[in-house]
Design a protein around this ligand. Structure first.
Ligand code: CMC
Length: 426
């Protein structure tokens, strides 16, 4: 086994270098503090592996994303969201029987407790869907206490299935609530994605016919968002779960993290930005703002912590955006603005030097908008799909014998010890 030596104040610390199945090796520093009395410092975890995982692999320089070894572009083109969910949860693609059984199980868990509808009514009608999702997903733990024993693998599986199955129902309810329409019960005869579309866009007064073009585009978007290694929300789910918290509470924590504009909230921000730009002639103005360090504005949907060549998900979505708009007969000037903005930025030294490319959020909004979603729903759709990754990573962590409560250390820069001064003496 390879070894690394760290020297601290002349004291040598020898430690193993661990190799994964692919990707960079990692220096095992678990005993560093015990042996040398120092911590490592890595805000934002830019150089720190927080866990061992067999789910998803990213090579940011090569623009590669693999789920259990399978390239994302192959999965997006040939697979379905339910199949990818099975793959992430179980490690292998399902056989035909396994696939039928899995989809049936998920379908059977799509309804939510009637009392949850009352819970929704406590929100303002103009509440952001992510605010609602944070609340109602966390509240699921109160409705399903029978599946919160995290030490029982069967209960863990049931709660993972419940979460994957109920997210579309809850997301659709959040949408329906915001527009004042009645909630629709799930329809077990439809696919996972078709059912979600019906619960979102259908009304009880009429039959809803699922458009296969929309169903397939939506399913592709779900696949592309299913998991992404140890990103901020997934790390949050793992950290919350490391304390033994139940999975519904952990996923609620992940939803809260995803909401931020630097993470999942970027899809909403990217489309709002493209709409604000409006016409291609205004692109230089926005590019200049993105480059100006005194302006907090960033090009939303651009840049990534890991991808420094291209985001393979953005490639798939860029093609899908044209396909979907063509098939639906929609001509959206936002797509033209997006294409021109991309070309403009890719030729600009600022973006070239910093290796900033469109990410998954750059084109997804154009498709979601064409399907009919308001921008406020975009991040809720991301959360729906990412629930698969969150629960798979959470389950992997609980089953890992090396798992410990997550507890980072710090570099303390506050006052050193001092004596309390009584109020009258200050
Ligand atoms: N527009 C303008 N400049 C940027 C951008 C951007 N979108 N992204 C990074 N930079 C600059 C940044 O100012 C910095 O410049 P300098 O070296 O001169 O200080 C340099 O590029 C490196 O940026 P960083 O903030 O240190 O990089 P990071 O790895 O910490 O951040 C990021 C990654 C995704 C948060 C960031 O690129 C960003 O804020 N992008 C816009 C938001 C976005 O699209 N987020 C979605 C990410 S993908 C989906 C997801 O994760 O949910």
């Amino acid at each position: 086994m390879a070894e690394s030596t760290i020297s601290v104040d002349g004291k040598e610390f020898k430690t193993p270098v661990l190799s994964g199945s692919t990707g960079p090796d990692v220096i095992d520093i678990r005993k560093l503090y015990g042996q040398t009395g120092v911590f490592t410092y890595d805000p934002g975890f830019t150089s720190t592996a927080s866990c061992e995982s067999g789910l998803t692999y990213i090579d940011g320089d090569a623009g590669v994303l693999l789920h259990r070894g399978y390239p994302i572009d192959q999965l997006a083109e040939k697979s379905s969201f339910m199949e990818v969910a099975y793959l992430l949860l179980n490690g292998e693609l399902p056989s035909s029987d396994e696939y039928q059984k899995f989809t049936k199980t998920i379908t059977r868990h799509t309804m939510v407790h009637e009392q949850l509808a009352t819970f929704f009514r406590g929100f303002r009608r103009d509440a952001h869907p992510m605010a609602i999702m944070c609340g109602v997903v966390g509240a699921l733990s109160a409705f399903y206490p029978d599946s919160t024993n995290i030490n029982d693998p069967v209960e863990r599986t049931i709660s993972m299935h419940r979460l994957i199955a109920k997210m579309p129902t809850l997301a659709a309810m959040a949408y329906k609530y915001s527009i004042g329409q009645p909630f629709l019960f799930p329809d077990n005869s439809l696919s996972y994605t078709g059912n979600f579309l019906r619960m979102t866009f259908g009304v009880p007064a009429e039959d809803y016919v699922v458009d296969p073009v929309i169903e397939s585009a939506m399913d592709k978007i779900f696949i592309l968002h299913a998991d992404h290694e140890q990103n901020a929300s997934t790390s949050t789910v793992r950290l919350a779960g490391s304390s033994g918290a139940n999975p519904f509470a952990c996923v609620a924590a992940g939803i809260a993290t995803l909401w931020g504009p630097a993470h999942g909230g970027a899809n909403e921000a990217a489309l709002n930005m493209l709409r604000e730009i409006g016409t291609p002639d205004r692109i230089p103005e926005f590019i200049a703002r993105a480059k100006n360090k005194d302006d907090p504005f960033r090009l939303m949907g651009f840049g990534h912590r890991v991808y420094k060549n291209f985001d393979p998900r953005a490639k798939v979505l860029s093609v899908a955006a044209t396909e979907v708009l063509d098939k639906l007969g929609i001509s959206d000037p936002v797509l033209d603005t997006a294409r021109e903005l991309e070309q403009f930025a890719l030729k600009d030294d600022y973006f070239i030097e910093r290796k900033l490319y469109p990410n998954v959020d750059f084109y997804s909004g154009v498709i979601l908008s064409a399907i009919g979603f308001p921008t406020s729903m975009f991040t809720a759709l991301f959360a729906l799909a990412r629930t698969v990754g969150w629960v798979a990573q959470w389950n992997e962590m609980i089953a890992d014998p090396e798992q410990k409560i997550g507890r980072p250390r710090q570099l303390y820069t506050g006052p050193t010890q001092r004596d309390y001064v009584a109020l009258e003496n200050r």
